[in-house]
Design a protein around this ligand. Structure first.
Ligand code: NAD
Ligand code: MG
Length: 395
């Protein structure tokens, strides 16, 4: 269950944003600035964009600003000299940011790099708004056990999971039959495999409906994003893979749906703007205003749905299979995908090589049960090594 404790919203709410310079991070800060007296910022973190981090720190006056890349520490320190903002760097700095006493943490680092700080925040028993789906994919059972053990509250920020969370009656789970995740289908929804072989990183990151970071945009183009979301949903809503469907919905207006035993289907709708799910999490359990374009159904005119084409988008069945295999398979899937997407963005491999490499890494890396964070780290690292050698071999 995603919610294990229902804490009253304290105002002003003290917040920490892990990954503040990214797409989700910037949208979060935009909302905080619009509701300023209601929020105070404890910590902001970024990996390498010192300039933007320093600018954000000057605007939002956090107590702490952290740069993930150690080599940029001096630059950050100098940029914030005289502001009163404390600075830190590296993995320890990220942990410190997550440890600081805030009421609410946005986990918006991309990839498995976000796992350790997100878990640190979970262990404080605080409210964690989770955008960093890879953390849940690579260590789902461990993360959910920690949420429960520490009485933390996990609020899904991924738009599909946030939609389901808004209509999912956790107290009447027996009334829920299945959930349906919608997917835009990405920029190559109608492209044949031959044409897909030649697409460029620029074409892949140009998502038709959402403005997002590079990695998730490529994942949306391969549909691996929906595969990761399937695994994410399994952990957040404690449902087996067979009770989670995926449907392509190119308009991205219906963000996801819940089917009940009486045949009723409840959905959450809205314009495709991440500030809606982020506002939901920032205000939770209340609602706060978000400056998103209001849904004009007459203007949208037509909502369409179609089944995903698994032969052109094999990432989806691959992820479903990894979820069903259990053990470390989702960890291997996600780690190999990170490496392959990075290779594609660096123009070392082609678009279709991404999922091929993930599939071959899953075949090559022996699965092992995940009982601890060390197990996760070990299997993640082996998968990265194997996938990296495949990227080099393909290049
Ligand atoms: P992004 O690439 O725009 O930003 C990533 C953030 O993480 C940046 O602040 C970056 O500095 C930080 N970061 C990157 N590598 C790091 C490392 N090794 N150590 C510490 N910090 C690091 O990504 P995004 O689009 O904002 O996505 C963030 C997360 O949210 C991803 O997991 C993504 O799947 C998820 N998500 C994003 C959207 C969206 O609309 N962008 C929607 C749903 C879910
Ligand atoms: Mg999503």
């Amino acid at each position: 269950m995603a919610v294990t404790a229902r804490k009253p919203a304290r105002r002003p709410r003290r917040v920490t944003i892990l990954g503040s310079t990214g797409s989700v991070g910037r949208n979060t800060l935009d909302l905080i600035e619009r509701h300023r007296p209601a929020y105070e910022v404890e910590a902001l973190t970024a990996y390498s964009n010192v300039e933007l981090l320093a600018e954000q720190a000057r605007r939002l006056c956090p107590r702490l600003a952290v740069i993930g890349d150690d080599s940029l520490y001096a630059e950050l320190k100098e940029a914030l000299a005289g502001t009163g903002v404390e600075t830190a760097a590296g993995a320890d700095g990220l942990t410190e940011a997550a440890e600081r006493p805030s009421d609410w943490v946005m986990a918006a680092i991309v990839g498995a790099a976000g796992l350790a700080p997100t878990l640190t925040a979970v262990r404080r028993g605080t409210i964690v708004a989770l955008a960093n789906k890879e953390a849940l994919v690579c260590a789902g059972a461990i993360m959910m056990a920690e949420v429960k053990a520490h009485g933390a509250t996990l609020l899904p920020v991924d738009s599909e999971h946030n939609a389901i969370f808004q209509v999912f009656d956790f107290k009447r789970r027996e009334s829920i039959e299945r959930i349906i995740l919608t997917a835009s289908g990405g920029p190559f929804r109608e492209l044949d495999l031959e044409a897909m072989a030649d697409v460029t990183p620029e074409q892949a990151v140009a998502h038709p409906n959402w403005k997002m970071g590079a990695k998730i945009s490529v994942d949306s183009a391969t549909l691996m994003n929906k595969g990761l979301e399937l695994i994410e949903a399994h952990h957040l809503f404690a449902l087996p893979s067979e009770r989670i469907d995926v449907v392509i919905h190119p308009q991205s207006v219906v963000h996801s749906l819940v089917t009940h035993v009486d045949g009723s289907v409840l959905a959450q709708l809205g314009s495709p703007d991440m500030r809606t799910p982020i506002a939901y999490a920032l205000g939770w359990p209340d609602r706060i205003a978000a400056p998103v374009e209001r849904l004009d159904l007459a203007a949208v005119a037509k909502l369409t749905f179609e089944a995903p084409d698994e032969s052109r988008f094999p990432a989806l069945p691959l992820a479903r299979h990894a979820l069903q295999s259990g053990d470390g398979a989702p960890t291997i899937l996600s780690a190999a995908n990170e490496v392959a997407v990075h290779g594609f963005l660096a123009r070392k491999i082609g678009f279709l090589d991404i999922v091929r490499i993930v599939e071959r890494t899953l075949e090559r890396v022996p699965q092992a049960p995940l009982e601890s964070l060390e197990d996760v780290r070990a299997i993640d690292s082996t998968a990265r090594d194997v996938a990296t050698s495949m990227v080099k071999g393909t290049a």
